[in-house]
Design a binder for this molecule. Sequence first.
Ligand SMILES: Nc1ncnc2c1ncn2[C@@H]1O[C@H](COP(=O)(O)OP(=O)(O)OP(=O)(O)O)[C@@H](O)[C@H]1O
Length: 400
Amino acid sequence: MPPKAKAAAKGRAPAKRKLAEEFPPGEVLIDTGKKSWKIGAPIGQGGFGLIYLAEENSSKQVGVDARYVIKVEPSENGPLFSELKFYMRAAKPDQIQQWMKSHKLKHLGVPRYWGSGLHDKGGKRYRFMVIDRLGIDLQKKFDECNRRFPRKLVLQLGLRLLDILEYIHDHEYVHADIKASNLMLSHSDLNQVFLVDYGLAYRYAPDGVLKVYKEDPKRCHDGTIEFTSIDAHKGASPCRRSDLEILSYCMVQWLCGRLPWEDNLRDPLYVRDSKIQSRENVSEFMTKCFSSQDKPVEIQKFMEEVKRLDYQDKPPYDHLRSILRSGLKAIKAEDNDKLDFASVKGTASPPSQVNTLTERCGPTLAYPPRAPRGCCKPPRRPQAYRPSPPEHLLLMPPAR
Ligand SMILES: Nc1ncnc2c1ncn2[C@@H]1O[C@H](COP(=O)(O)OP(=O)(O)OP(=O)(O)O)[C@@H](O)[C@H]1O
């Protein structure tokens, strides 16, 4: 059981992290490279901090079409610090540009990192990070589409994610929390999708040295319960195959609306065992999720391929891409760079239950919290369990 859940089970409230207080529009922050940034309206709230619209500092106010956002957290909070290290190591604009050129990609959905620093206000110290401003997240799109995405769209999203994962894996990181609410469309181009929230990203191969498999009972079930990998359920640090396993659960949920274990997310051992059973018999798992005429053969092949991977294996990205492309071919579609979110005809799946880890850790709110049209309650957003980073990490100087 994770520490926070353990505290809750014993009737103690989990230790609360401080939220950044709201800065007024016009506040100027200076990053470590001496570049100054002006803050606009807050547009998002995560578990630990706020996200503001931002622009390079000038005499103008920051408008609604700002190109950047600034994520701010009290400096002693760990999550932004770990995320910042990922961005500094792997998301510099030149680095991404070079990769896109060498891999002949028109788009790579990793938000660019533009700067970071510390800002003092009212006797308090805040850490901030400047990244690309993005638009709507795919969980909202999924709910708008009656919790089903068309097959073509799912395969296209799978292809985009394979590009993203190959890039971040090549830069020594795994994401470990892929899900619709962590996928956002570009603010200016609704055909571009980005993977965000690197708060749980893990450096699985520091300086090229792969971590070895080791189960830690204190870390069991890290991630978002419905999608997290079997490795994470067992308390092992996430690896490349974990990201691909999570992606396959996401694709299945987007296609059929609901994963078989969503009826009992309160029981992490039940979820773990259901996933282990599914891996042992992928064909039976597919039968649980799809009717015989709707069964996407390519997803089954994808899962069989992922199942073959050992903990330290490098995934066969090209082969996995070719499996998803064969699915597009089977429905006479091609990957034409357009993401079409038209709803799928059919019955909507009932909303999934709230998971216990979420309830115990306390949900994070969208800012401002918004209900979908015709609904009085916001739909449940799958929540990640975030372990506190070790103390020594909080004291480390930022990565170069
Ligand atoms: N680059 C971005 N551009 C625009 N909005 C963003 C961006 N990144 C995040 N947001 C918005 O801010 C909200 C909070 O994002 P953040 O990454 O801080 O979340 P978090 O702390 O990881 O918590 P959670 O995963 O629960 O949302 C997101 O839900 C999203 O609506």
